[in-house]
Design a protein around this ligand. Structure first.
Ligand code: GDP
Length: 140
């Protein structure tokens, strides 16, 4: 498997509780390199575009409200098999189902306020990275 990039967000519940460093420590301990990172306040339009795939879901409004409720840290992570590796490190969407040692088991508050996002496939990773980073902001 070649070196791959994935897109990550530390969500507002994480930044509000001052967990950016703690989450990054888990990411780095798993062998993922943080090759781009910035702290931003997402606009409603950015959140709606980012989660457009969930537009028909009943929690879409709540999700966009949450993602714009405070700062987020957007990141590009690099490793062999980074997409699957980061999904494993994140743990299940609902922290009640997340495995021990995963970011969501350690830190998430609920299925909505679940501390991190990670891309689910190479196509979505490319789209998500391009939504938030210019090529020259990613330094591997
Ligand atoms: P992920 O890929 O593990 O992040 O999960 P999904 O793609 O299924 O969902 C995207 C995000 O929507 C999740 O990470 C949650 O923040 C949020 N979400 C999913 N299900 C629910 C729900 O039932 N209620 C609320 N409020 N948010 C949800």
């Amino acid at each position: 498997m070649a070196i791959q990039r994935t897109f990550s967000i530390i969500k507002p519940d994480g930044t509000k509780r001052n967990l950016t460093g703690a989450v990054n420590a888990v990411i780095e301990a798993a062998g993922l390199r943080i090759v781009a990172q910035k702290r931003i306040l997402m606009t409603r339009a950015q959140a709606e575009t980012f989660y457009a795939v969930h537009a028909a879901r009943p929690f879409f409004g709540e999700l966009c409200e949450f993602m714009t409720s405070g700062p987020v840290v957007v990141q590009v992570l690099e490793a062999e098999n980074a997409i699957a590796k980061y999904r494993e490190v994140m743990g299940a969407t609902n922290p009640a189902n997340a495995a021990d040692g995963t970011i969501r088991k350690l830190f998430a508050l609920s299925v909505g306020e679940n501390t991190v996002h990670g891309s689910d496939a190479p196509e979505t990773a490319a789209i998500e990275i391009a939504q938030f980073f210019a090529g020259n902001e990613i330094v591997g």
